[in-house]
Design a protein around this ligand. Structure first.
Ligand code: ADP
Length: 163
């Protein structure tokens, strides 16, 4: 049976930290779906279509990989999306002890509601653990350079709707 995992998140925007978790997860699964979880009543920093576009630009590097990498956007609970799409694994990255405490609670709630779905935690790399989407947004909003925090070749300005 195909091992399908979702890597869910807001990805607002997708950063170098997200990419390093994705790279660590390659090879563990046959297919990884990067799932942009959104709520249509909440305005994010990047529009969902732009978050999708940015991730599509990045994952072209995995075209030759044995693990298929896809991206999609969804609303509602991750476990419902998993059940509707035959996904059995949820990937989450851990940066800090705080991440661990929060993630453990969500994973335990998910396991209670959907025991057939497993959460897989992957540790952040020491070089990327300080990176978060909110840091990237703050740097951008204050006119700083985000290139060191983003996947190679990604110019965040291209995806930002400045209105
Ligand atoms: P969410 O709002 O669901 O936490 P994020 O887009 O902020 O969405 O994060 C998605 C996932 O990526 C989470 O599991 C988060 O811990 C992980 N993550 C974010 N930044 C990093 C990083 N620098 N290193 C490792 N994992 C990260």
């Amino acid at each position: 049976m195909e091992r399908i995992a979702i890597y869910p998140g807001s990805f607002d925007p997708f950063t170098l930290g997200h990419l390093s978790i994705l790279r660590s997860a390659l090879g563990l699964f046959d297919k990884i779906i990067i799932g942009i979880g959104y709520n249509h009543t909440k305005r994010g920093f990047l529009k969902v279509e732009k978050r999708l576009e940015l991730i599509l630009d990045i994952i072209s590097e995995f075209e030759e990989s044995n693990t298929k990498v896809e991206v999609c956007a969804y609303e509602g609970m991750t476990i419902d999306f998993c059940r509707n799409n035959n996904i059995k694994y949820i990937i989450r990255g851990l940066r800090t002890y705080t991440d661990f405490e929060n993630e453990l609670i969500v994973a335990q709630a998910n396991t209670t509601l959907a025991p057939e779905i497993f959460t897989v935690f992957l540790p952040a790399s020491s070089t990327h653990s300080f990176i978060s989407s909110s840091i990237v947004r703050d740097v951008h909003i204050n006119g700083g350079q985000t290139s060191e925090l983003m996947p190679k070749g990604i110019d965040l300005k291209k995806y930002v709707d400045e209105k």
